[in-house]
Ligand binder design. Sequence first.
Ligand code: HEC
Ligand SMILES: [Cu+2]
Length: 362
Amino acid sequence: MIGRRTVLPLIAAATGAVLLGGCAAAEEQQSPLNPVGRSAEAIDVHWQTMLWTGAAVWVIVVAMMVATLVRRRRRDSAGADDRRGEGGGRGSVLFVALAGAVIPAVIIVGITVQSVWVLQETDPGQEVDGTTITVTGHQYWWEVEYPEHGVVTANEIHIPTGERVRLELSSDDVVHSVWVPELSGKTDMVPGRATNMWLETDEPGTYWGQCAEYCGMQHALMRFIVVVHEPAEFEGWLEAQTQHAAEPPTPDPTGEPGIDPEERPADQDAELVARGREVFMSSSCVYCHAISGTEAQGREGPDLTHLASRDTLAAGTLPNNPGNLAAWVVDPQAIKPGNEMPGTDLDGDELQALLAYLESLE
Ligand code: HEC
Ligand SMILES: [Cu+2]
């Protein structure tokens, strides 16, 4: 017969399996269980120690409880009324002293010593190597600046391998928190207060980060990536980002028709891009967005100077491709309700030109 006693544990086990399955899926993108950054590795050592020590204590305690129950039951069923052995004797006192005081003390002191080590390993005050990056939290996106290089970008932090890079954090509005589980622990961004952290890893790759302090409606879609490059590649990226946005090539009106038909499509593209630039500069976009080398200098939204070089749109909400870009510009509130960008009412032609211009911002 299947009673409550069997069903409840079964439900609990099934729920547990589903929850753990969720963790396994998330592991592909961001998980502190795959540490590759120096700071995340120290945190991992610490939590593994606590997990396995805790597990060992649990197994031993449960085993002793079960053994006691079994012994008691045997004795009861034997009808013994001999209680002489209980609660007394030197053996019991020694056991209580060891298991109740000495062993726990050794474990707690050990874990405390290790956590002091982890605090030192991950100390934000540690000396750093080169590049300093300032990261500012906004509802619901990240402004990323390389002040020594005059570079401003958004929702992507690029760093070189093998270097400890400092991130100086602040917030433009409410409390946010930077967390890249594979690289480091969390650090809060507090309005009006400077905090900092560092990143260091030898593994090139792309690592997902996440706002880890509830900050409003789109907190869950306040994501970013950390792109770790080999040093030479990093220099190349930085160099490209220092460039102003390219002026759209001026279409050549003197080109005699028929002489070089190959040139025509490129010319038409150039015309579209140039028109799109005008649309951008004459609409509300400029109040909120900057494009370096142009009159657009708004700081309410992400800098768009090298928009087309970025992997994602709207803080990791969408992959950056022409279809998603169009969908975002037309109706950002449908994609990320409650974000700070209003929709546009441009007509079809203007929109097409605007998108061509945005896509040209490499
Ligand atoms: C009132 C300010 C405001 C106006 C006006 C505005 N935007 Fe935005 N825009 C934002 C904000 C804020 C974000 C970031 C939204 C988020 O991710 O939460 C954003 C994001 C974007 C992005 C994605 C950037 C990225 O790297 O993720 C693009 C592209 C963009 N805007 C283009 C435009 C264009 C084109 C216009 C004009 C038609 C425009 N915006 C008008 C504030 C504005
Ligand atoms: Cu946030």
